[in-house]
Design a protein around this ligand. Structure first.
Ligand SMILES: Nc1ccn([C@@H]2O[C@H](COP(=O)(O)OP(=O)(O)OP(=O)(O)O)[C@@H](O)[C@H]2O)c(=O)n1
Ligand SMILES: C[C@](O)(CO)[C@H](O)COP(=O)(O)O
Length: 242
């Protein structure tokens, strides 16, 4: 196993931010004077292992190339689903002549508060793994499975009710960066494509094939801007970190 591989960093920033509901894509929300995307690149720049970054943006993105970033940047065009954007990034990295044993780091533009020490930890863990490693945080709240009950005619939507409590002792919330061996990542993404699977992170593609991905416990400050009220928490975290 190559424990001193080249590392190819990509930030996926081709989403629309529909759950956030802003008029502009959420990765261009301003916090502490910069966009989330710029902050995410800067966090990668603080890592001792990364010296350039591929940004995967939407085909109609006219913003990214107007911005200044803390690393040398290259671009690829993303897809309709997040995994397709990752696949576009992987193809762009492969075209640079990267080796299958190199590491590919995938980070969400929507996670600008990731501590650079966490980035270094997940990279250094992946260097010791045949497939990869991801940042994650152990579930801290009680987890409930639910069911829905139709309500009276007057009420428009059914209510949800608790069905059961899920043992959280081995439950984690996945974060990014997620770091994988390039050749292995290409294989599992092809599997996703051939079987028309629906995945929300690349680690789940490895799980589908029973391939081990190491979990690296990360900071709970590494939240993803998803819903409007995440902005309050993220703003406080970024102010605390500055
Ligand atoms: N087709 C997609 C979808 C998502 N992403 C990126 O993946 C990250 C995490 O995805 P998510 O939080 O779901 O972002 P959106 O897809 O933009 O949000 P929503 O699902 O609310 O539309 C984001 O940085 C987003 O830009 C991407 O590059 N390509
Ligand atoms: C990759 C990820 O951030 C790990 O939690 C998450 O799966 C992204 O999911 P989303 O639905 O695309 O936000």
């Amino acid at each position: 196993m190559n424990t001193t591989p080249n590392i190819h960093a990509m930030i996926v920033a081709a989403g629309r931010g529909s759950r956030f509901g802003a008029s502009i894509a959420k990765q261009y929300t301003m916090l502490e004077g910069q966009t989330l995307l710029q902050h995410s690149v800067t966090r990668l720049a603080y890592s001792g292992h990364i010296d350039n970054c591929l940004l995967v943006i939407s085909a109609d993105d006219s913003t990214a190339q107007q911005l200044e970033f803390a690393l040398p940047i290259s671009y690829a065009v993303g897809g309709a689903e997040r995994w397709q954007s990752v696949q576009a990034g992987v193809e762009a990295i492969s075209q640079t002549g990267a080796d299958d044993s190199d590491l590919v780091l995938i980070h969400d533009a929507a996670r600008p508060a990731v501590p650079s020490s966490d980035i270094d930890q997940v990279i250094e863990a992946a260097m010791l793994e045949p497939y990869g490693a991801i940042l994650a945080t152990p579930v801290a709240d009680t987890l409930k499975a639910s069911y829905q009950l139709a309500t009276s005619v007057e009420e428009s939507r059914p209510h949800s009710y608790t069905k059961s409590t899920i043992d959280r002792s081995n439950m984690w919330q996945a974060q990014t960066p997620q770091v994988f061996r390039l050749g292995q990542l290409k294989k599992v993404l092809n599997h996703v494509f051939e079987h028309q699977l629906s995945i929300t992170d690349e680690a789940s593609a490895f799980e589908q094939l029973g391939l081990p991905i190491r979990l690296v416990s990360g900071s709970r400050q590494n939240i993803k801007l998803t819903y409007p009220d995440d902005a309050v928490l993220l703003t406080a975290i970024m102010a605390l970190q500055s």
